[in-house]
Design a protein around this ligand. Structure first.
Ligand code: MTE
Ligand code: HPA
Ligand code: MOS
Length: 761
């Protein structure tokens, strides 16, 4: 670990402020600044836009509306239901209606405030249940089934049912949505810097909006100051607006959202309304689980149906349940469209089942962790969507956590402590996790890379993935250095650019490292074979004896004497012999398929497993609590960069704890976001984070990851959700009769109300 710490490369730049983001880019001469005129009704008919007052301001260059778009004003990806600029209807508060270009950002914003938007308000639906009732949905209901749930419920000894409300979550990446568009060659083509997880989609839609071929548009992503899914689909609008402004004005255009604009106008984690029914036999085996997920997709389809699909696949999380029935549907409301967020629909599924188990355990009078332990996934279980569990990794994580975090003894201690009548009560919750690794949209599971060996022996690498703080560049550097037996600083991983890697998938679904790492392995192996063949001939070495070691290639000559040629010599000689030192590498995850008509297939390359134990302390008088300690065991395979992985674990865990406890989004009935700044929206900080102890284990080898590494990006988030059940346990210890709906987040206010009997009004 110490070695990893000394070598963690991006951290220095991030912490000192030296890392550059789109907003830090030196501005080309003549750059204009853009501000967005956004709709101020949740639903309305647009009758007219009056820009005269804005245009009258000195330094205001242009006001752009839908009518100015040279190409197609349609930017919905999965479903074509989204305009770049509103035309006749507005479907949410914050919808871009016009774009102002001016000499400074401040001036552009002042001018934007003077643009008069004539919009007739129409009735708005902001409640997901009302949207369902009105039949406003994206796509049909999805349904998965395993066994005979109806019969199992009828025969069960224990059955409980209830509801769980999962709320939204703000991404709160450090870097707000940003873009800088620069026309080239007199406006024939465009260079577009965008803070996006999905550069190819931006290139594709910019081409569509501007009516240009994709080869005229180069999209570059330097690095992201955090994304968490919020820039998978929703960096697009801002990049396209900057591109549109730049091409119309024939000048560079910069568009960077202010924090409040970003919070008000962009989508969040999907709120879900969940109904469950769960049953057990007298021995504590969960026999049946039926669950209905209502998803608030927001105003346009965005990624909602893909998110919903992951909810469907994670409905039983890490438990084996014989009879299962899951339904899920995405509903259209007049909120800004909800979007990808770390976990991508799985957190809502995981928390729903944990709440159902909590309910069942109370009804049965069993410790919650006992019920969990008795129903954990084991090898051989077939998921309702068709895949079969091939490993007992979850069990290994669970056992290891019980030992390492001393769970049995701590539970007993906590019980004794709570029974002593102390004011500060404690609670501990375990959360097991099984997370499917791959995009559920099969075609996205591909990546291309480019490896350039230069004549000084340094290696430049272009990848499909975007660096957003998850350390993908560092991991790629490790892979290439390992392949050629070089020092890591001999390898440089470039910023992502559509000119170097084409048709890339978004950096998402936690598969950035897997896909790009495997593509890199393929490129490096081919280059190694090429160079080894050259070396065998040029230096008369026995081909079979060639090894890569310590910055050299070595092999036995005709006399069986080991000869060593340095990498620099080898590369120089190969160049002189006109050997190609460049290789494209490609990887497509094998054996994936899914048949939606049957809801069966193999959507994931593999699953990752982990377990967390989270302990909380509650002040039973005030309702305030602290999350004291989190212990995690996670099956990571072979880590490529232990410190990066530890960072992913700690960061994800705390983000999950925030979702479970603190982060509360409020809208009013007209779809106005009330929590639109850090004064009202609280995220965990260092002081409110627990002491975290992480153990990575490698249960088996993983053929889908480079050097047997496994994905780590999103799963830690889910392990943080145990903070909800830990505080719940505290509340129950203080007030066993608490009437407590399952409703996230568990804020101190809710805890306080649950501690006291309701006073009659
Ligand atoms: N870590 C940091 N520091 N910043 C981020 O924005 N995004 C998460 C995760 N970890 C994120 C992060 C999400 S939502 C995903 S899908 C993965 O990183 C994506 O990167 P990977 O595929 O390389 O793991
Ligand atoms: N995860 C994350 N992002 C995605 C997915 C997924 O499964 N599918 C499409 N975008
Ligand atoms: Mo992550 S939600 O898949 O960007």
């Amino acid at each position: 670990m110490a070695e990893g710490r000394a070598r963690y490369q991006e951290a220095g730049g991030h912490l000192s402020g030296r890392s550059t983001y789109v907003d830090d880019w030196p501005l080309p001469e003549g750059t204009l600044h853009a501000a967005v005129v956004a709709a101020d009704v949740a639903h309305g008919r647009l009758r007219g836009i009056d820009s005269a007052a804005a245009l009258a301001m000195a330094g205001v260059q242009r006001v752009i509306t839908a009518a100015d778009i040279p190409g197609d004003n349609q930017i919905g990806d999965i479903v074509p239901d989204e305009r770049l600029l509103a035309e006749s209807v507005v479907k949410y508060r914050g919808k871009p209606v016009a774009l102002v270009l001016a000499d400074s950002a401040e001036l552009a914003r002042r001018a934007a405030a003077r643009v008069r938007v004539d919009c007739v308000a129409l009735p708005a639906i902001t409640d997901v249940r009302a949207a369902r009732k009105a039949g406003h949905t994206f796509g049909d209901e999805r349904r998965l089934c395993r066994g005979q749930p109806a019969q199992a419920f009828a025969e069960a000894r224990w059955v409980v049912q209830g509801e769980v409300d999962c709320h939204a979550q703000e991404h709160l990446y450090f870097e707000t949505q940003s873009a800088l568009a620069m026309p080239l060659d007199g406006g024939e083509r465009l260079r577009l810097l965008s803070a996006s997880q999905n550069p190819s989609a931006i290139q594709r839609f910019a081409a569509k909006v501007l009516a240009l071929p994709m080869h005229c548009i180069e999209v570059e992503v330097p690095r992201l100051g955090g994304a968490f899914g919020g820039k998978e689909e929703q960096a697009k609008v801002w990049a396209l607006l900057a591109a549109l402004g730049a091409m119309l004005a024939r000048r560079p255009v910069k568009l960077v959202l202010e924090r409040q604009e970003d919070m008000r106008w962009t989508g969040k984690r999907h709120p879900y309304a969940v109904r469950y029914r769960i049953a057990a036999d007298p021995d504590g085996h969960i026999t049946a689980y039926a669950v209905d997920f209502l998803q608030d997709g927001g105003a346009v389809a965005d990624l909602s149906t893909a998110v919903l699909e992951r909810t469907l696949f994670h409905a039983t999380n890490a438990y084996q349940i014989a009879h299962v029935q899951v339904t899920a549907i995405s509903c259209r409301t007049h909120h800004p469209s909800n979007t990808a967020f770390r976990g991508f629909g799985a957190p809502q599924a995981v928390i729903a089942l944990e709440c159902a188990i909590d309910h069942l355990a109370r009804e049965m009078g069993r410790p919650r962790w006992r019920l969990q332990a008795d129903n954990l996934l084991r090898a051989g279980y077939a998921f309702d969507y068709g895949m079969t569990v091939t490993t007992d990794a979850l069990h290994a994580c669970w056992q290891r956590l019980l030992e390492q975090a001393d769970i049995a003894q701590r539970c007993a201690q906590i019980e004794r402590h709570n029974q002593s009548g102390a004011r500060y009560v404690r609670g501990l919750a375990l959360t097991p996790l099984c997370f499917g690794i791959s995009f559920t949209a099969t075609h996205l599971n591909q990546a291309g890379v480019l490896v350039n060996i230069y004549t000084d022996g340094s290696v430049g690498v272009a990848i499909s993935a975007v660096e957003m703080g998850q350390g993908v560049r560092e991991k790629m550097q490790v892979i290439v250095a390992r392949c050629f037996a070089l020092e890591r600083n001999a390898v440089r991983v470039d910023f992502t650019s559509s000119s170097k890697t084409a048709n890339v998938s978004p950096t998402a679904a936690s598969v950035g490292t897997d896909l790009n790492g495997m593509a890199l392995l393929s490129a490096c192996e081919q280059l190694r074979a090429r160079l080894a063949a050259f070396a065998a001939e040029h230096y008369a070495l026995a081909a079979a004896s060639i090894r890569w070691q310590g910055g050299c290639i070595e092999g036995r000559d005709a006399d069986s004497v080991v000869q060593r040629v340095s990498w620099l010599q080898l590369v120089g000689a190969a160049y002189m012999a006109r050997i190609d030192l460049v290789k494209h590498g490609f990887y497509a995850t094998p054996d994936l398929y899914f048949d939606r008509s049957r809801e069966r297939g193999r959507p994931f390359a593999y699953h990752v497993y982990g377990v967390s134990a989270i302990e909380a302390t509650l002040d039973s008088v005030l309702g305030t609590y602290t999350i004291d300690r989190a212990d995690v065991v996670y099956d990571l395979g072979q880590s490529l960069a232990p410190l990066v992985d530890l960072g992913q674990m700690e960061g994800g865990l705390v983000q999950g704890i925030g979702y479970a406890t603190l982060e509360e989004i409020r809208w009013d009935a007209e779809g106005r976001l009330l929590t639109d700044s850090l004064a009202t929206y609280k995220i965990p900080d260092l002081l409110s984070s627990p002491a975290i102890s992480v153990e990575f284990i490698a249960s088996d080898s993983n053929r889908h990851g480079p050097f047997s590494a496994k994905a780590v990006g999103e799963p830690p988030f889910l392990l943080g959700l145990g903070a909800y059940t830990a505080v719940l346990a505290c509340i129950r210890a203080a007030n066993p009769d608490a009437a407590l709906p399952y409703q996230l987040p568990m804020t101190p206010e809710k805890a306080l109300l649950a501690l006291y009997p309701r006073k009659p009004c």
